[in-house]
Design a binder for this molecule. Structure first.
Ligand code: ZN
Length: 363
């Protein structure tokens, strides 16, 4: 048999506790604000249903359908929930909106103290209020805003450097230190823009200096040459502005070794798939470049003729300059009509070194 506690006995009829509105007061239901009010005889105040104060004993509570009825008790309005003013939530929402505007418009990320001061609240209160309302801390909100600015900048085609400065970063070191995490912060939003692809990369050394190899799931997406590994990483981000760059992991060492071996000696060939990205015109040019044998040199106008656009010499030079995959797409084998080396995206000295190595006797 069950032993049940004796039911609670009230000295007065338990009207309020039985009223469905009482449960909304206990829950501090904000959606009940404006629908009814309550007064507490022991404290002599009246409140809105969401009042954050300690829940009163229902036997001391009266419910009111109108504010006039609550006032008619002769009690005073509660200072915490301010039933006569805009609701606490509304008031806070206005302050939070103000703080959000300040964060969005600031060049430098404002400190918690600065933000709290502009809305006339203590830092801890402001922090809690902000988080309750937005689901984010002010700092996380500021970071997400910067990420948004960076993405917006990148998606309109500005360079990484411009996007970085526009988003209020004044040193590239800090930007690159944060960018991966930042751009990954709202992956769904970012993916909605067709981005958030992961590109793995690693930097090694070759006789041409630093060499960066980057790959997507489809294949080798970039081979870059230069002096400064950091600059190569920046260049990579410029070329794949929407991608998330993932630094090298263990299994990647084998890949970069293969690519370095190929750059050292192109005649061995690179038996890795390439992930070639460009306009239709660029891809036509790059396709023809890949057919130039090791050791050969072809002029820009000859490439233009081979793609069937003999007058497009300048555009061919542009496509060569836009090549993402050094050596594997051998734009270094394209020279001027008179045999002069002309330019090379990674420096004309590297072009010379590559050509010398491929055909030392004719150099
Ligand atoms: Zn109150």
């Amino acid at each position: 048999m069950n032993i049940r506690p004796a039911p609670t006995l009230y000295t007065s009829p338990p009207l309020v506790a039985d009223d469905p509105r009482w449960a909304r007061i206990v829950e501090r239901d904000k959606s009940a604000d404006g629908q009814f009010w309550y007064s507490v005889s022991t404290t002599g105040i009246y409140c809105r249903p969401s009042c954050p104060s300690r829940t009163a004993n229902p036997k001391n509570v009266a419910l009111h359908d109108t504010l006039e009825s609550a006032r008619a008790t002769g009690f005073r309005p509660c200072r915490r929930c301010n039933p006569e003013g805009p609701s606490l939530e509304c008031g806070n929402a206005a302050l939070i909106a103000k703080a959000c505007r300040i964060i969005e418009e600031s060049e430098e990320e404002p400190s918690l103290e600065e933000l709290a001061a502009t809305v006339d609240r203590s830092p801890s209160y402001f922090h809690r209020m902000f988080k309750t309302s937005t689901g984010l801390t002010p700092k996380a909100y500021a970071t997400s805003q910067r990420a948004k600015k960076v993405r917006a900048g990148l998606e309109t085609g500005t360079s990484v450097t411009e996007a970085m400065y526009d988003a209020g970063f004044n040193s590239s070191g800090r930007f690159y230190e944060k960018s991966t995490g930042m751009l990954g912060m709202t992956p769904t939003q970012y993916r909605a823009g067709g981005a958030n692809e992961e590109i793995k990369f690693a930097v090694g050394q070759s006789y041409l200096g630093a060499i960066l190899v980057a790959s997507s799931t489809k294949g080798v997406a970039s081979i870059l040459l230069g002096d400064d590994p950091d600059e190569l990483v920046r260049d990579l981000q410029d070329r794949f502005p929407k991608a998330r760059l993932i630094g090298m992991d263990r299994e990647y060492e084998a890949l970069i070794a293969r690519v370095c071996g190929f750059v050292e000696n192109p005649s061995v060939g690179l038996d890795l798939p390439l992930d070639v990205r460009g306009t239709a015109f660029q891809r036509r040019v790059w396709q023809v470049l890949q057919e130039i044998p090791v050791g050969a040199r072809v002029s820009y106008s000859e490439i233009a003729r081979r793609i069937g656009s003999p007058s497009a010499t300048r555009a061919v030079a542009g496509a060569c300059a836009a090549n993402n995959i050094a050596v594997a797409i051998p734009c270094h084998r394209v020279v001027r009509n008179d045999g002069a080396l002309s330019g090379y995206a990674w420096g004309v000295e590297r072009k010379r070194a590559l050509l010398d190595r491929e055909s030392p006797q004719t150099a």
